[in-house]
Write a protein that binds this ligand. Structure first.
Ligand code: UDP
Length: 538
């Protein structure tokens, strides 16, 4: 609706004067190109050269000023995918005086978020690489509010899920292709370039086989906060009190089919005494699917991008992921990782077809759809005989594509069995009380005293006070961990204690200096920080 940029009126002469006089200003966060997001004033873009332009003047600022390292390999990643060489951002430099000889700048008055979508036709990529990072980049910089505008520079068309991107701000996102229609030299008054990677949990296997990111920084709380935002956009209130428990079977209609859907639906309904509902991206609107999933007790689906929508499941629900023959579930875990993020509070189940007779292969299809007819005979034979796809890199491994695009007749008894192994009580039941997950503070007022009663045994008495936050918390189980280390030694004696003092006598030597480390532990798993080390001489 608001395609044209003239929504906010700006004084053209003043803007041009500011650009010529002040040039471009850039200040970035992040130490490496892979964790950098930059804020610009007066960043320009030549739609003819397809290059961003940094104008130097007396007032321009460039932080970090990397010199030539700006090209090694880039200033920053334009998408949330780490260090992908098709997603780099840089600019070319010019003196502001060159503006005299250039096309008249067209100013973009909206605060801009400039980025690349990674794969806008795949729903997993849409959520994981784009929507969540956009949402949290906007949380990080307050002037990126609902009135800011997204600019997608990857060069794709709208893609199949453009409506989802429209949720992120009140202004129509603009594609690279559309910038040409706006002018030859666009100048962004205020722009943020790049996306935060803090919310991503999966790496797709460009340099090592795919798997969870090494250092996941997001928890279910942030995922659910985002899900609530989307629920609001599709007019689903998140706390509709469920009137009836039901299971959602999320199917695919084009490929990777479940061949006995009807049998599966019936069996699930009987086993769990619940209604079962089938949805697919082909037959249901996004809003319908979100509404159904957000109240479901269980989601069952073939491995595939549609499973990212399990982020809309209520706490306590079960996620059941089905894998075709030859695909090891442990090697493809984007949805398992999501479901098991701390605080997601979902129960995850993987099932794999282990019966070759229950799989249908498609060797004659195109290679993108898993065909292998283009390969040499020996290779085709090897692939057909192989019982498991070996670990591999993204994205064109023919054996992987062959196996992942199989159709499957699900062996219902074996599926019910693996579900029952994990989902002991009624699926969707939130009776399991989850730890609230708050960590203890430091223990306080640590003291130690040595005593050698007579000349017989040397003892070390250590005492401390509870962490400050404990007096405001109800914690089921509070323990203290004490490490006693002889100064200069590499090893230490660890103890778990229930009280705030203890006298140690075994292995305590006279005339020795001990270092004593103390921390508090809530509910066996939540380890607090160590207090400052105590130095104790006997
Ligand atoms: N898709 C679908 N039904 C199908 C096949 C694909 O809804 O029968 C969707 C899928 O969820 C994803 C996109 O189309 O959003 C691309 O699917 P692809 O098989 O390439 O990727 P994958 O699901 O394996 O990530």
């Amino acid at each position: 609706q608001s395609q044209e940029l003239s929504q906010v009126r700006i004084d053209y002469q003043a803007a041009l004067y500011a650009l010529v006089e002040d040039g471009t200003k850039m200040v970035c966060t992040g130490r490496m190109h892979t964790d950098r997001v930059c804020r610009f004033e007066s960043l320009c873009y030549s739609t003819e050269a397809e290059e961003f332009v940094f104008f130097h003047s007396n007032s321009s600022i460039m932080l970090p000023n990397l010199g030539g390292r700006r090209f090694q390999p880039a200033l920053l990643d334009l998408s949330s995918v780490d260090d992908h060489n098709t997603q780099y951002f840089n600019f070319v430099e010019l003196p502001a005086a060159a503006l005299k000889f250039m096309p008249k700048p067209v100013f973009v008055p909206d605060v801009a978020l400039i980025m690349n979508r990674f794969n806008p036709d795949n729903l997993m990529h849409v959520f994981h690489d784009d929507l969540l990072p956009i949402f949290y980049t906007m949380q990080q910089f307050p002037d990126l509010d609902l009135d800011s505008r997204l600019f997608f520079m990857e060069g794709w068309g709208e893609g199949s899920h453009f409506d989802l991107y429209k949720f992120m701000s009140n202004k129509q996102p603009l594609l690279k292709e559309q910038l040409k229609t706006l002018g030859r030299l666009l100048c962004f008054t205020k722009a943020y370039v790049g996306l935060t990677k803090i919310t991503t949990w999966y790496q797709y296997g460009f340099v090592q086989p795919q798997g969870p990111k090494a250092n996941i920084l997001v928890s279910g709380n942030e995922i659910r906060h985002f899900a609530k935002f989307i629920l609001g956009k599709v007019n689903v209130s998140s706390d509709q009190s469920t009137t009836e428990d039901y299971i959602v079977l999320f199917t695919r209609s084009i490929n990777r089919l479940i061949l006995n859907e009807a049998e599966l639906l019936l069996a699930l309904a009987q086993e769990f005494q619940m209604r079962t509902i089938t949805v697919s991206l082909e037959d249901n609107s996004f809003a319908e699917i979100v509404r159904l999933i957000s109240n479901a007790s269980m989601l069952v689906s073939m491995h595939g991008a549609q499973m990212v929508m399990s982020l809309f499941l209520p706490r306590g629900a079960a996620v059941v992921e089905l894998f075709p023959y030859g695909i090891n579930p442990d090697h493809y875990t984007p949805y398992k990782t999501l479901a098991t993020l701390p605080g997601m509070e979902l129960q995850y189940v993987a099932w794999q077809n282990t019966e070759e007779k229950n799989t249908v292969t498609f060797p004659e299809r195109t290679w993108e759809q898993g065909g292998i007819a283009h390969l040499e005979d020996v290779e085709q034979k090897r692939i057909k005989k192989s019982k498991e796809v070996p670990r591999h890199l993204c994205c064109r491994n023919p054996e992987w594509l062959f196996r992942i695009y199989q159709d499957t007749k699900v062996d219902v008894p074996s599926l019910i069995k693996v579900i029952r192994n994990v989902v002991k009580i009624k699926p969707g039941s939130r009776k399991q009380k989850f730890a609230n997950g708050l960590y203890p503070g430091r223990v306080r007022e640590c003291k130690c005293q040595a005593s050698s009663s007579g000349a017989s045994v040397t003892k070390l008495s250590v005492s401390w006070q509870i962490p400050w936050n404990l007096k405001y918390l109800k914690v089921r189980d509070v323990k203290y961990e004490v490490w006693i280390q002889e100064q200069g030694e590499n090893t230490y004696m660890p103890y778990i204690l229930s009280y705030q003092n203890h006298t140690f006598s075994e292995n305590i030597k006279p005339s020795t200096t001990y270092l004593v480390w103390i921390r508090c532990i809530f509910n066996k798993t939540l380890l607090g920080p160590f207090a400052e080390v105590l130095v104790c001489k006997t």
